[in-house]
Design a protein around this ligand. Structure first.
Ligand code: BGC
Length: 753
């Protein structure tokens, strides 16, 4: 039996000390500073303000369309960055325009939302986070960067690292779920995937600048309604919403994006506390901050600026460097400067950091960054990229229920499988939202995947769509029932329209939309085994499904190779190992819902759950339907024999905690072993559980391994009453578990000074 030692990355904001998160900082590189100075000296104030201006080229629309004369500005050298244009020709045309007609010929930075792939589309980020494989996420980000860079993109508006705890909010699909610690690991992986491991990698042709967005607390919007008001304490910023941003900063992220929401009464885009006090002064961020789309203009309806002039002034004075498509900086900053409403030093600081990035990318040496159509053609959708997409897809799938082992549907068992549902042959939805330049028609449908994987097998596949995703149209029910009635197994393939998650896609009802559940109810009445494959962008309310269907497989939107990935898992070619990174509620009424909640003064008593005057719902348990960290496998794992080398932790000490993990099922498989802690009594209240480590372990059937974690004072550090990041003496609990509700292996320790 082997022993695997897991070194726990540092907790919370202390992720900085993790060797994995450390980026070789460029700041202060004398050669680059010298070059930046030499350009700055040549610039007029108008040209400097131009660098702080970004326009959408409108090839793609990602926000309200604004009228502007951006091409004229571009020719005059008054645009720092353009986004929403792609292709070698598109980028070259605009760069030519900027270089040939402007006075100083400063290259433009081309940006795009490369969120989960550019041409090869990978699983949506929420899905991919369920793989619990940071290396895989780094790889897919790196491929996305490679493809985007081949089309002239030098900057992606990703990763989105907003902690998200409310499934009504459509943007949960863009992030890594509800946990700040896990979200930090994912943030580091994605930043390094896009940018490389050192600033020197930015000179390579296959990297792009990354952007940590949306700073901050966007995921806490009231009622899960997009763009809505946020009211969080400074403590929850530090404990919950900051950590993934801090981790991204320490991993070297080049840029930050503001959030649309307000924080403590001040919209993020005018929030000096966030960008100057925290980001620059406390965290020492050296990159630049771009607003979200027209977020400076939105300071007016927010009610914090009487007009756009005042909005521009507040944004710059808060520490914002670039105006995304608002057309506000360029029109107002020159006069504000003359009127001494903003400082020249603020403008210089902003422009300096923007130019620095352009130098780091090598744009002053080659403004086209090796742009070439042959390279473009040879780079995009390479077979090895598609292979990674298929792999990432398989690893993102979470098996939620598997009664009577309905999954896998074995290829060598003679049986007819009825594929029923609106997503069986669908291609359009598979890429999900924010799917870069992915060609939706090129995605492999589930039907195509199944046909390929089950060819030469004993399985006969039949099909009927039954209904569509959103309407009340029941005219296909009859055909679907006929097809299902003649099958041995029914596999329903259902979910959400891809537009129903992502930006401006909040829902108040998170059940399967349209008449899909109704169709499922009819199918269940046939009395045959029913499996459900889901494709959606948020945790759904699956209470009815959980009670009535035999198997549920959460397949999210898996991208270009979706159909193959699902077929690999359904057929058993790949044993699922994905685990949820967001809790699935029993009903929308429980939201927001997350495992690391506080205990309250009146928690439900486990030994007397019905006791009155406790913090519960009359009509639902408090617990989720499927908890954070949960996911089934085709084999089974046992975790036992938890051991601790000591129960006392000292300031310079360490506790080794281990457990034996055994594969006692019928197949080889992988399991995500998770380490949770609880601080029993602190100077401030602590969550009932906090993830502090994990390890994904492969075990052949019959094998076992000892997994060991190391607990140090860093593991238990928290923000004390004075907001100091310290380890407080006291009693702690620790668990080695397979999900946040698994309490089988529990230990105690004391931290003593
Ligand atoms: C979104 C950002 C995105 C930007 C540019 C905004 O509406 O909130 O996440 O990066 O548009 O497309």
């Amino acid at each position: 039996m082997k022993t695997i030692v897991v070194f726990i990355l540092c907790a919370g904001l202390a992720v900085a000390c993790s060797s994995r998160g450390k980026w070789e900082s460029f700041s202060g590189d004398p050669v680059i500073e010298h070059k930046v100075d030499s350009v700055l000296k040549l610039m007029t104030w108008e040209e400097k303000i131009g660098q702080m201006t970004q326009y959408s080229a409108d090839w793609d629309i990602t926000g309200p369309v604004m009228k502007s004369d951006w091409e004229t500005y571009l020719k005059k050298g008054l645009v720092g960055s353009v986004f929403n244009t792609v292709t070698v020709d598109g980028v070259r045309k605009l760069q030519d325009m900027a270089l040939s007609q402007s006075r100083l010929k400063i290259p433009v930075l081309f940006a795009y939302d490369v969120i989960h792939g550019f041409r090869t589309i990978f699983p949506i980020p929420l899905a991919e986070s369920c793989s619990w494989e940071p290396e895989l996420m780094k790889r897919t980000a790196s491929i996305a960067a490679t493809e985007a860079a081949a089309e002239g993109i030098c900057w992606t508006f990703a990763p989105m690292v907003d902690v998200a705890r409310d499934a009504r909010w459509g943007r949960v699909m863009e992030g890594a779920g509800e946990d700040p610690w896990y979200g930090s690991q994912v943030a580091i992986a994605r930043v390094q995937g896009f940018q490389g491991d050192s600033w020197k990698d930015l000179r390579k042709i296959n990297t792009v600048l990354a952007c940590a967005k949306h700073f901050v607390a966007y995921g806490a919007s009231e009622g899960g309604r997009d763009y809505n008001t946020v009211d969080v304490s400074r403590r929850s910023l530090y404990e919950t919403y900051f950590p993934p941003f801090y981790a991204a900063e320490k991993a070297g992220v080049a840029t930050f994006m503001t959030a649309f929401n307000e924080v403590d009464g001040v919209p993020a885009t005018a929030n000096k506390y966030l960008y100057t006090d925290v980001l620059r002064n406390e965290w020492k961020f050296k990159g630049f901050v771009v607003t979200d789309y027209t977020a400076v203009n939105e300071l007016v309806p927010h009610g914090i600026a009487a007009n756009e002039r005042e909005a521009a002034m507040k944004a710059v004075n808060a520490g914002i460097d670039m105006d995304m498509n608002g057309n506000v900086f360029i029109r107002n900053l020159p006069q504000l400067l003359k009127d001494r409403k903003i400082k020249k030093s603020e403008i210089d600081r902003a422009v300096r950091s923007i130019l620095e990035m352009k130098f780091l990318l090598g744009l002053f040496d080659d403004p086209y960054r090796y742009l070439d159509s042959t390279r473009e053609k040879n780079t995009i959708m390479r077979p090895e990229f598609l292979q990674v997409a298929r792999e990432a897809g398989r690893k993102s799938i979470v098996l939620l229920k598997n009664k009577n082992k309905i999954f896998p549907i074995e290829p060598n068992k003679p049986q007819t499988v009825a594929l029923i549902g609106p997503l069986v042959k669908d291609k359009i939805n598979l890429n999900g939202e924010w799917a870069g330049r992915g060609n939706r028609e090129q995605s492999v449908s589930l039907y195509e995947g199944f046909t390929e994987v089950y060819k030469d097998s004993k399985v006969i596949l039949t099909y009927a769509p039954g209904c569509d995703l959103t309407t009340e149209d029941r005219s296909g029910f009859g055909e679907a029932m006929d097809v299902a009635a003649n099958a041995d197994v029914i596999l329903a393939v259902m979910g959400e329209d891809f537009n129903w998650s992502g930006e401006a896609a909040s829902r108040t009802d998170i059940r399967l939309p349209g008449v899909q559940r109704e169709l499922l109810q009819e199918l269940v009445k046939l009395g045959k085994p029913v499996g459900l494959v889901l494709m959606n962008g948020r945790p759904l309310d699956l209470s009815w499904e959980d009670e009535h269907v035999d198997g549920i497989m959460e397949a999210w939107y898996l991208g270009t190779m979706a159909g193959y990935s699902v077929a690999d898992v359904v057929s058993g070619n790949h044993n699922p190992s994905g685990c949820l990174t967001m809790s699935f509620p029993r009903s929308v009424g429980q939201l927001p819902l997350y495992y690391n909640h506080k205990n309250t003064g009146r928690p439900v008593e486990p030994e007397n759950p019905g006791a009155d005057y406790r913090s519960f719902y009359l009509d639902s348990p408090n617990t989720p339907l499927y908890p954070f960290g949960y996911g089934l496998s085709y084999t089974s794992f046992d975790i036992r024999n938890m051991q601790m080398n000591t129960n006392v932790l000292r300031p310079d000490g360490e506790i080794k905690v281990s457990a034996v993990v055994a594969n006692n099922g019928e197949r080889d498989g992988e399991v995500v072993v998770q380490l949770y802690i609880r601080d029993i009594a602190g100077s401030v209240t602590r969550p009932v559980k906090e993830l502090r480590g994990f390890r994904k372990v492969f075990l052949s059937k019959g094998d076992s391994v000892t997994v060991e974690f190391s607990i140090t004072p860093e593991t238990i550090a928290m923000y004390n009453l004075d907001m100091k990041y310290v380890a407080e003496p006291g009693e702690f609990k620790v668990w080695i578990a397979v999900n946040a509700e698994d309490n089988r292996n529990e230990g105690n320790f004391t931290y003593r000074k």
